[in-house]
Design a protein around this ligand. Structure first.
Ligand code: PLP
Length: 470
């Protein structure tokens, strides 16, 4: 499997080459030259596999330059009951006939990001060790990504993590998950500002090519290809659990922000998994819903991004979206470059005027919808009342929109992307009482916390990293 850039210029690279990289040198994202296609016999053989074996079978398609025995061992070490709470890793919870939740949030930080991040922790360690290198991961987080990355990379050989978070802007639970970590290779920097200020500092540090090379600065952000690949696995797992045979199509509803999670579902569909609809749900930040309804992609400015009660979906542009558009235009890198130039020049592009729009509407499987704060509260209440299950506000966005796109006789699988315990204030607002906490998380807000408080100043952050980098 060779990888190319969505903007057409980068030479074919292997999985190991792109594992530690962010953007391709031409500014695009890494994508596989072609999609692996599963035969019916292969799909049938995968149906009854346990999660770690299923993960190995899916991921090996995309990582054929990674030693097979090593990859198998990593999948077996990552996807365990000890790390994810159950041997199924992502168990299916049936609400009623043909309506399910896929529980993707039982990892160490209680959000679906653990599923990919835990694998990345092992992959990074393995590659760095083999190549005799070290890596200093620099990132910005609004909450879930940072804690998932820190919990996956803590104690790993050859890796240090420098994570910027907006001071005082995360939920008390999220803050405790990051700042109470007492690990010599984890450095939390609380920036005086909002998430976009953190992101700008990361961009400024990365723009200093000399600094970046000198200190082996890397990333684990949402464009990391290995994260997408790891997420493809639970679409297979959820599909097999919700259907009796590979003749039955099933649909997925996915609370979306950076388009990483649902794009993994699209990849599964391209591989031949019988996915009927991919229901994309946004909150009030509806850039993606607008695209799938109208063909217009119009990223918002940071100042136009609403702060909502499903904060992990508060995005103004969807970084993985370029991978989807690349596929829609049949891998034409020049066209992708032209469309993204339109974003720079005119603030967006309108695909409905291009011949490819028909493909999006007829063949891609995507449909979409949005929800509001009031919808989330109502959905949380309704799911509790009708099924006795407490869902988090992001999952509620997905359930709200997913239910609207249900079709008789076809299973709808709603992805649970976080546990409600992480977003206590909204749960109390909806239900009048907090969500139950999983064992081990009682009173985490009371544990001692440490972090470095800094201004949003790239030079200060560089000096901090230079003094502590591995
Ligand atoms: C990150 C996140 C999302 C959005 O996922 P994308 O891959 O960015 O589309 C949704 N819900 C929760 C809880 C998240 O942490």
């Amino acid at each position: 499997m060779k990888y190319v850039s969505t903007r057409g210029h980068a030479a074919g690279q292997g999985f190991t080459d792109i594992l530690l990289e962010g953007l391709a040198p031409d500014g695009g994202l890494a994508v596989p030259e072609q999609w692996p296609r599963l035969t019916r016999a292969k799909l049938d053989a995968m149906r009854d596999l346990a999660y770690p074996q299923l993960a190995f079978e899916v991921i090996r398609f995309f990582a054929d330059d990674f030693p097979g025995a090593g990859l198998k061992a990593i999948c077996e070490r990552t996807y365990t009951k000890e790390v994810f709470g159950t041997p199924e890793v992502t168990p299916l919870v049936t609400l009623e006939e043909n309506l399910h939740l896929l529980a993707c949030s039982n990892g160490p930080t209680l959000a679906f990001k653990d599923i990919a991040m835990q694998l990345i922790g092992h992959l990074f360690e393995s590659v760095l060790e083999r190549q005799g290198r070290t890596l200093n991961v620099l990132g910005a987080t609004s909450g879930d990504t940072g804690s998932a990355a820190e919990h996956a990379l803590k104690g790993r050989k050859g890796v240090r993590v420098f994570m910027l978070s907006p001071r005082g802007r995360m939920s008390p639970f999220q803050r405790a998950q990051m700042y109470s970590l007492d690990e010599p290779n984890i450095f939390n920097i609380a920036v005086e500002g909002v998430f976009d200020d953190c992101q700008d500092v990361v961009k400024a540090v990365n723009a200093d090519a000399g600094f970046k090379a000198r200190h082996a600065i890397g990333a684990v952000n949402s464009i990391n290809w290995a994260r997408v690949v790891a997420q493809v696995v639970y679409y297979f797992k959820g599909y097999f659990a919700a259907t009796r045979s590979n003749d039955e199509p099933a649909s997925f509803a996915v609370p979306s922000g950076n388009f990483g999670n649902i794009f993994a579902g699209y990849v599964a569909r391209r591989m031949g998994l019988p996915v009927r609809r991919l229901v994309l749900a946004t909150n009030e930040n509806d850039v993606l819903d607008e695209f799938f309804r109208t063909g217009r992609y119009r990223p918002r400015r940071a100042a136009e991004t609403h702060e909502t009660s499903s904060p992990s979906m508060d995005i103004s542009k969807a970084s993985n979206f370029e991978r989807f558009i690349w596929d829609v235009v049949d891998g034409d890198g020049d066209k992708v470059r032209w469309l993204w130039a339109q974003i720079g020049e005119k603030g967006g592009f309108d695909l409905s005027r291009e011949k490819e729009w028909e493909k999006v509407e007829e063949d891609s499987g995507f449909v979409s919808g949005r929800s509001t704060h009031a919808d989330r509260l109502e959905t949380i209440r309704r799911v509790k009342r009708d099924y006795g299950v407490v869902i988090d506000p992001h999952t509620a966005d997905g359930v709200k929109v997913g239910v609207r796109h249900r079709e008789r006789g076809h299973p709808m699988i709603c992805l649970e992307t976080a546990l409600p315990a992480k977003f206590e204030a909204t749960i109390v607002e909806a239900l009048g009482e907090p969500a139950p906490r999983p064992p081990g998380f009682e009173g985490i807000e009371d544990r001692p916390q440490r972090c470095e408080v800094m201004r949003a100043d790239p030079e200060a952050v560089k000096a901090y990293i230079a003094a502590r980098a591995g």
